[in-house]
Design a protein around this ligand. Structure first.
Ligand code: TYD
Length: 208
């Protein structure tokens, strides 16, 4: 595929939304053609699956169902949005991707990385990211910074030990996949944004 696929990962409260907004501003300023999309969601059907997954009322959802729904939303979004854009040569920036499933469902929920990789084999095989940016901040510091979790979000409601497991899951993925680059985001928003931009320059994705 001609385009470049960049995914952004991080724990709850890592400042991902802010950093994606700042990145969009810089890309706009540089006149670079791109699309910014998100998971779970990014297409009409996938957004409907997202509502089911994140609905705080769905307390009976089992872990396997959750993992399969994320994988289902992912394939739909890939086929409908990401792959066509990459084929056209567009830079695609995606808020979360398969590494979220590996860290959240594989490690934190305890389904195992192998099982989660298997149900996500389409994504891993057909559309691996060229670069994954991991916003590195431990969940304890992140929640302190954003003053607690969102009460209506099923995943954010999980306790501190769950989010710590997610974080550890991400750290183990960094060791395994060289495409994942950790960006320290303990500094200011502007400093983190600059680090992300520099990473894109270093990888030859944008010009300095
Ligand atoms: P969202 O409100 O977009 O959270 P954030 O701003 O932190 O990205 O909700 C997405 C939630 O879904 C988030 O808690 C992470 C979780 N998630 C998984 O558990 N597995 C996945 O594969 C994906 C894509 C997200």
């Amino acid at each position: 595929m001609k385009g470049i696929f960049v995914t952004m990962e991080g724990c709850e409260g890592s400042g991902k939304s802010t950093q994606l907004r700042l990145l969009a501003e810089r890309l706009d300023g540089a006149g670079i053609k791109y699309i910014m999309t998100r998971e779970p969601g990014g297409s009409e059907i996938a957004e409907r699956i997202r509502e089911i997954i994140l609905d705080g009322k769905n307390t009976a959802m089992c872990d396997e169902c959750e993992a399969l729904l994320y994988a289902a939303a992912r394939v739909q979004h890939l086929k409908e949005v990401v792959i066509p854009a990459l084929k056209e040569g567009t830079l695609v920036i995606c808020d979360r991707y398969v590494d979220s499933s590996l860290a959240y469902q594989g490690v934190a929920r305890g389904l195992g990385e192998e099982y989660v990789a298997e149900i996500n084999s389409f994504a891993l095989r057909e559309c691996p990211p060229d670069l994954t940016i991991f916003l590195n901040i431990p969940p304890r510091s992140a929640f302190a910074r954003k003053h607690g979790a969102d009460k209506d979000d099923r995943i954010e409601q999980m306790g501190e030990s769950f989010h710590e497991k997610v974080y550890q899951g991400y750290l183990s993925l960094i060791d395994k996949y060289p495409r994942i680059c950790a960006v320290d985001c303990s500094g200011t928003k502007a400093q983190t944004s600059q680090k992300i931009w520099q990473l894109l320059v270093d990888k030859g994705i944008v010009r300095g």
